[in-house]
Design a protein around this ligand. Structure first.
Ligand SMILES: Cc1cc2nc3c(=O)[nH]c(=O)nc-3n(C[C@H](O)[C@H](O)[C@H](O)COP(=O)(O)O)c2cc1C
Length: 325
């Protein structure tokens, strides 16, 4: 169990916020596979505060995915406060502030990882959101903006003193993007500096790595991003490992059901056509490492409609099943 503020979360495994991926259908799928907490992708606080229709749609949720963390990004305290209120009104069980996004469009407005260069801004934003928001509040940070200013411990401390209930550490510098390895040492150092729960994040690609991160850093929870896109079963596999059960890969029939259910959820929210296009990149993840996948992967990138998607997936998985017999 993981407790953040007064929120009790069934297990300490968290699906990372991922722009373009952690939409409602994907969150529902990983929830079923054991994630204790799921997170929306980052949502523009300004877009929410201005009532922009497209931005408000990101708040759409479903009771079966709860508890839900809604991540917002922005730099103006009053706008962030308003956005947090709207997130809570829409059903957020937890509000998360993005202080790690290195994307130019975000940092040039002073938001995301740019806040790691503005410690006063960190304090003002966290305090404003804390005052406005009735649910637990978390902050997601990186090690710092660049290696010459490793501010993770300082930022975590400011966030705690300003009212944050937990902090997530993705221990790369913003200047690194996603290159190099995540330096888990920063997770340990932050853990030593604050009393609130610390969630470790970065480079968990295998189930064992989650246990290793907890052991090495003492972190209270583990957040998984890219590893869960490639292998959404990773949550169930980690929970099994914790109980001493050796983990198993999903068999073909489970893979097929998972893909079809995900497609159905996506169709319900986005319509069949968009869902088919959206599934193309996901299929590349979900079939990675399977036998004879080169031709399948090539053809899947070309499909433009739902019928072709279903036919190609069916044909490929059936051919694998035939081989197994
Ligand atoms: C495609 C993509 C989208 C992401 N979107 C977000 C986001 O919206 N908010 C955020 O805080 N981090 C975002 N991240 C960072 C992840 O949440 C996570 O911190 C990072 O991928 C490291 O964890 P991992 O090694 O488990 O992937 C994104 C990462 C990727 C690869």
């Amino acid at each position: 169990m993981l407790q953040i503020g007064n929120l009790k979360i069934a297990n300490p495994l968290i699906m990372a916020p991922m722009a373009g991926y952690t939409n409602l259908p994907f969150r529902l799928m990983v929830k079923k596979l054991g994630a204790g907490l799921v997170t929306t992708e980052m949502i523009s606080a300004m877009g929410l505060a201005l009532g922009q229709k497209k931005t408000l749609q990101y708040l759409k949720s479903h009771p079966s995915e709860r508890p839900l963390s809604v991540q917002i990004f922005g730099s103006r305290p009053e706008v962030m406060a308003r956005a947090a209120q709207l997130a809570v009104e829409a059903g957020a069980d937890l509000v998360d502030i993005n202080m790690g996004c290195p994307v130019k469009k975000v940092v040039r407005t002073g938001a995301g990882a740019s806040l790691l260069r503005d410690l006063q801004g960190v304090e003002q934003v966290v305090k404003a959101v804390r005052l406005a928001c009735s649910v637990p509040l978390t902050v997601k940070i990186r090690a710092g903006w660049s290696p010459d200013a490793p501010v993770a411990c300082e930022v975590a401390r400011i966030a705690e003193d300003s009212g944050a209930d937990a902090v997530t550490v993705h221990p790369r510098f913003a200047s690194q993007g996603f290159s190099g390895l995540a330096d888990w040492g920063w997770i340990s150092r932050v853990k030593e500096r604050v009393k609130i729960p610390v969630i470790g994040n970065g480079d968990i690609f295998e189930p064992h790595a989650a246990l290793e991160m907890r052991k090495r850093t003492g972190c209270d929870g583990v957040m998984i991003g890219r590893g869960a896109l490639k292998n959404p079963w990773i949550f169930r596999q980690i929970l099994g490992l914790e109980k001493g059960v050796p983990f198993a890969e999903p068999d073909l029939s489970e893979r097929r059901s998972f893909i079809m259910e995900h497609f159905q959820f996506l169709s319900e929210t986005a319509g069949e056509h968009k869902a088919a296009l959206g599934m193309r990149s996901l299929m590349l993840f979900y079939t990675k490492g399977l036998r004879n996948c080169a031709r399948f992967r090539e053809s899947i990138t070309k499909i433009r409609d739902a019928q072709s998607l279903i036919a190609i997936v069916d044909h490929y998985l059936s051919s694998l099943e035939m081989e197994t017999f």
